[in-house]
Design a protein around this ligand. Structure first.
Ligand SMILES: Cc1ncc(COP(=O)(O)O)c(C=O)c1O
Length: 401
């Protein structure tokens, strides 16, 4: 049959991070002992109090359509959180809940971007930003951040790319894939440049990893640096990573009410409300005890320390120590040019393929995130797996000619 798909489908590619995880899973299903560093979600279970809230919602018959942009109870819990943690005040009309932060970001792209618009995306980037911009007809403009700056965008780099066509700047901190995060002072400088160069630019601030932060640091939202910056910021967040709730699909944005209303209109003709039961669970996540989050972050911090030290002890590998999220983004370019079985490793794809096929270790090649020198390793997996995987990587690199 000759299927003629819409052109837009050919403009984007399937998420490469999901495809490597799928390949590793398929190998595991065949009985291969693969160590997976591909996970984009915490390996901890959703806390019991949150599960109980969902069970309660089902028992009470809270199983019907809700208001399209989410129930007031959840909007209020989000508003309370923003005020308590960042001193940011929002009205219910400035909040919309969607089916995960990815859906929130999609709605933002559809509500805001047009043909001819430019969207500034610092690289390495989370794979979804460029494709969503392209789907909405906009042009992604990349800033290739430097390893020596811990992959953080510098004010002068922003200054260079912002022009009258720039519709938005996407910031993600702590970052997927690098784990880099910004201090308040750094965010102030970025915001100053953005507003000076083009006061009509929107700042899309993806803060889904805000709670997964180490070394005693405290997450600061760019929206909190100045009231004028808050007006221009769309603050995106979700329960997905913080509460190990990736499957529940609850994310949201706080920001300009006209944009929120437009997103709500789009949502009303696509998914309607996010799942009623998951919304009740998200209320409990935000308002209930937070001790499980702290336990999870403590475990992640121990794993980060271990993985960074081990990677840096391998000749040819360089890894900066990130302050947040659950990823490391080591530079493996020191092994490029070496070979195995007569095959030369020229780039991150070759290296990831070598590790998966020959050494049974799954990592995500950096090229997927816009940096071919590096690869992403998620440490959302047990310490035992991390040790086993690193032993294999160390040996794999030693065996290269
Ligand atoms: C930076 C970033 N933003 C957003 C998301 C999507 O989150 P959600 O599962 O809530 O859609 C992810 C998930 O990997 C992410 O890494």
């Amino acid at each position: 049959m000759d299927v003629k798909l819409a052109k837009r489908v050919s403009l984007i590619k399937p998420s490469p991070t999901l495809s490597i995880t799928a390949k590793a899973k398929a190998m595991k299903a065949e009985g291969v002992d693969v160590v997976g560093f591909g996970a984009g979600e915490p390996d901890f279970d959703t806390p019991d109090n949150i599960k109980e809230a969902a069970i309660e919602a089902i028992k009470e018959g809270f199983t019907k359509y809700t208001a399209v942009p989410g129930i007031d109870e959840l909007k209020d819990a989000i508003i309370e959180k923003c005020e308590k943690e960042q001193g940011l005040r929002y009205d219910r009309s400035e909040v919309i809940v969607s089916c995960g932060a990815k859906h929130t970001l999609y709605n933002i792209a559809m509500a805001l971007f047009d043909e001819g618009d430019e969207v500034v995306i610092p690289a390495p980037y989370w794979v979804t930003y460029p494709d969503q911009a392209v789907l909405a007809g906009a042009k992604p403009v990349f800033i290739y951040t430097k390893e020596e700056n811990e992959f953080k965008v510098q004010p002068e780099e922003l200054e260079e790319v912002i022009n009258e066509k720039t519709k938005a700047v996407v910031l993600n901190y702590p970052s997927n894939p690098t784990g880099a995060t910004y201090t308040k002072e750094e965010l102030e400088k970025l915001a100053e440049v953005i507003l000076k160069k083009n006061p009509n630019v929107w700042i899309i601030s993806d803060e889904v990893y805000e709670k997964i932060i180490y070394d005693g640091r405290k997450h600061v939202s760019i929206a909190a640096v100045d009231p004028e910056v808050k007006e221009r910021t769309l603050l995106v967040n979700a329960v997905s990573k913080t509460y190990s709730m990736t499957g529940w699909r609850i994310g949201w944005v706080c920001g300009n009410k006209e944009i929120v209303a437009a997103m709500s209109k789009l949502q009303s003709q696509s998914t309607s409300n996010p799942t009623s039961i998951a919304q009740k669970a998200a209320v409990e996540a935000l308002r209930g005890p937070q001790d499980k989050v702290l336990e999870m972050v403590k475990a992640f911090e121990e794993r980060r320390n271990y993985i960074v030290n081990r990677l840096n002890s391998i000749p040819g590998v360089k890894c900066f120590k990130p302050h947040g999220a659950f990823y490391v983004f080591p530079n493996f370019s020191g092994v490029y040019g070496k070979s195995y079985n007569g095959k030369i490793i020229n780039n991150s794809m070759d290296f990831a393929a070598y590790l998966l096929e020959e050494c049974k270790v799954a990592i995500v090649p950096g090229v997927a995130f816009g940096d071919d020198n590096c690869a992403r390793l998620s440490y959302a997996t047990s310490m035992e797996n991390i040790k086993k995987g690193l032993d294999r990587i160390e040996e794999a690199i030693r065996n290269l000619k």
